[in-house]
Design a binder for this molecule. Structure first.
Ligand code: RFL
Ligand code: PHB
Length: 385
């Protein structure tokens, strides 16, 4: 197997295959330090935790991760807890993507399959044949050719794999750019809440998340044209105070250690395969972060793909790889819908009519067990496959 990209999708796929006796080489164009420091997702669904535990990476996760039994939904005057175990029997875990990636890389470098950082000019070739190849330049500047049985394109949205699949005649994409962005901060401040708070406010959405008992991760809805330089720490904390306001409670402030603005969009590319090149994770789809689905969807894709590839490469049976794209896309569209639903319900845009519809929907989720259960089942993760 040639695997392009050492994000969570590529690294986990390599490990799942190694445990089944299938060799792979992972090619990453960035450095190890860069990949390990990239701050992104923070919430793991139950099945993601189960998968990481099953491949021997559950120890630190269970020691340092925080198990959460629900989320709070807030709108002016109300903060309502959705209790996931009560609603659907499952929980989620707070454990940063940085930590997941560090654990995967450490395991890989400790006797796992080769993982090459800082390669360049990575190009999959001959993917429509049974002997695809990857051309690349290694970190020392030497041209290399990797001959494979199968290639996995786990190189995210900007990698070469998606483009190659799209060039085939059946390729199709769907896209939605949302008219807002998230300003995210990481702060050395103890979270003032035990669970995440998703807050609707007339001035825009806010999310209170965390990385540990001492580190908070907070987000504010902002206009996509906003410049990070215009947001002093003071201005950010003041906006957070306003949007999370609740009698007798306040946000905990502390030194801000990271600050950035993220665009919000949905993107789906189909099929997730061309010949012997299979796409997984952000290479095939992007979701807005409101539903906390991006990383979990990448894990779900490679879990399906690993099973299908083991069947192909060890038993010579192609039924599961032939079904892979359709099976994965059914779950991708469900998560795309859920992410769109959470995003649309919680972000201010449009007029007062839209605001009343959002508040009505929030009240429904907070008062109807059926509506709350639907949200809880999707948030904690639907079955894979
Ligand atoms: P990744 O993590 O993007 O990994 C792809 C890897 O491929 C490498 N690569 C190449 N390697 C070799 N040759 C090339 N030509 C290459 N081009 C790219 C990249 O360097 C990288 O290491 O994709 P993967 O593995 O599919 O994992 C998906 C998740 O990373 C992603 O869905 C989530 O992080 C999405 N996401 C978030 N999700 C959440 O649930 N909550 C969040 O708060 C959240 N924040 C984010 C995010 C995604 C972001 N991106 C992609 C812009 C914040 C950001 C900034
Ligand atoms: C995060 O902690 O980064 C996070 C949590 C929940 C989300 C999005 C991001 O929905």
């Amino acid at each position: 197997m040639g695997i392009i990209g050492a994000g969570p999708a590529g690294l986990l796929l390599s490990r799942l295959l190694a445990l089944q006796g299938i060799d792979s080489v992972v090619l990453e164009n960035r450095s190890r330090d860069y990949v390990e420091a990239r701050i992104r997702a923070g919430i793991l669904e139950q099945h993601t935790v189960d998968t990481l535990s099953a491949v021997g990476l559950g120890d630190r996760l269970h020691r340092e991760g925080l198990e959460h039994s629900g989320i709070y939904l807030q709108y002016p005057g109300t903060r309502h807890k959705l209790d996931f175990p009560e609603l659907c029997g499952r929980t989620v875990w707070v454990y940063g993507q940085t930590e997941v990636v560090k654990d995967l890389i450490a395991a890989q470098l400790d006797g796992g399959p080769p993982l090459l950082f800082e390669v360049s000019d990575v190009q999959p070739e001959d993917v429509d044949t049974d002997s695809p190849r990857i051309r690349f330049t290694d970190a020392d500047g030497n041209p290399q050719l990797l001959e494979c049985d199968v290639i996995a394109g786990t190189d995210g949205f900007h990698g070469p794999s998606r483009t190659l699949v799209q060039e085939s005649s059946r390729g199709r994409t769907w896209e939605r750019t949302y008219p807002y962005a998230w300003l995210g901060i990481l702060a050395d401040a103890a979270p003032a809440t035990d669970e995440l708070i998703y807050a609707w406010h007339p001035e825009g959405f806010a999310l209170y998340s965390m990385r540990s008992p001492k580190v908070s991760r907070l987000y504010l809805q902002v206009d996509p044209s906003e410049k990070i330089e215009d947001w002093s720490d003071e201005r950010i904390w003041d906006a957070l105070d306003t949007r999370f306001a609740l009698d007798g409670w306040s946000v905990n402030r502390g030194p801000v250690t990271d600050k950035s603005i993220l665009p919000m969009r949905s993107f789906v590319s189909a099929p997730m395969r061309r010949g012997r090149l299979f796409l997984a994770g952000d290479a095939a789809h992007i979701v807005p972060p409101t539903g906390a689905k991006g990383l979990n969807l990448a894990v779900a894709d490679v879990t399906l793909l690993a099973t299908a590839l083991v069947r192909l490469l060890q038993e010579g049976r192609s039924d599961l790889v032939d079904a892979y794209s359709d099976t994965a896309l059914r779950r991708v569209w469900r998560c795309t819908h859920f992410s769109w639903f959470m995003t649309s319900m919680l972000h201010r845009s449009g007029d007062d009519f839209d605001a009343q519809l959002q508040l009505s929907q929030l009240e429904r989720v907070c008062s109807s067990e059926a509506a709350a259960r639907e949200l809880a089942e999707n948030y904690t993760g639907l079955p894979i496959g």
